[in-house]
Design a protein around this ligand. Structure first.
Ligand SMILES: C[S@@+](CC[C@H](N)C(=O)[O-])C[C@H]1O[C@@H](n2cnc3c(N)ncnc32)[C@H](O)[C@@H]1O
Length: 216
């Protein structure tokens, strides 16, 4: 376990507490109300979403590659008496079969993964053809001046945010991976520094055709 990873895991909930209270938790609640069936959450961190899933979901699987985070997550699952399978794995290589899940949840994760295209490909692979990606991600600004500042400050942000990039075109990457947006809210992460403020909250259909479904 790296010292940086351990420090980030210890400080994470405190770092985010103002942002959660200023609206992030409300976004989480609204989005996760749409989760149903077999649900997979990638990069679940300290488990901020755990208590927000609807009672009726069939199963919850959470993944987390950082061991310090995974330990906090395991403790939270126990403390909240939540039934969830925890697997330590990066989202670039999800240890699941094809079409196992009805929903995949990614909140503030696509900013940090090493390879966004590979992760989005893996998410599509494990989603059923009717499945959805539910996401909350901070992204590159549409305003050129702020986007330039995001580029300048990205190195610093990667250090403070343990690998988090503030200048990624995540929405475009979701589209390029073959997802089809069915819901999108462009908003801001209130109380966050300006360069991590632009936020997208949405749902995207996998659009993977079932085998033999071409042309049908
Ligand atoms: C900013 S935190 C978000 C945590 C949580 N999803 C939330 O909403 O509070 C980013 C998380 O992504 C995880 N992460 C980093 N690289 C990853 C990867 N390649 N695959 C999956 N998760 C990753 C980190 O360990 C961390 O838990």
């Amino acid at each position: 376990m790296s010292v940086g990873g351990w420090l980030f895991a210890c400080a994470y909930d405190r770092l985010l507490s103002g942002v959660e209270a200023a609206g992030l938790q409300a976004h989480r609640k609204r989005l996760l109300a749409s989760a149903s069936g077999r649900v997979l959450e990638i990069g679940a961190g300290t488990g901020a979403n755990l208590t927000l899933y609807p009672e009726g979901i069939e199963s919850l699987t959470v993944t987390e590659p950082e061991s310090a985070m995974a330990r906090k997550l395991a403790r939270r699952i126990r403390d909240e008496r939540r039934t969830a399978a925890l697997i330590e794995a990066p989202a670039e290589q999800l240890p699941f079969g094809n079409a196992e899940f009805d929903a995949v949840v990614s909140t503030l994760v696509l900013c940090t993964v090493k390879d966004q295209a590979q992760v989005l490909g893996e998410i599509r692979r494990v989603l059923k053809p009717s499945g959805c990606l539910l996401f909350i991600e901070h992204v590159r600004s549409d305003e050129p001046q702020l986007a330039r500042w995001q580029d300048r400050l990205n190195g610093l942000n990667r250090i403070v945010g343990h690998g988090c990039n503030c200048n990624r075109r995540t929405l475009e990457a979701i589209g390029a991976a073959g997802f089809r947006l069915t819901s999108l809210e462009r908003t801001v992460l209130h109380k966050a520094p300006p360069f991590v403020r632009p936020l997208v909250v949405g749902i995207a259909e996998s659009g993977v055709r079932p085998l033999g479904g071409l042309g049908s």
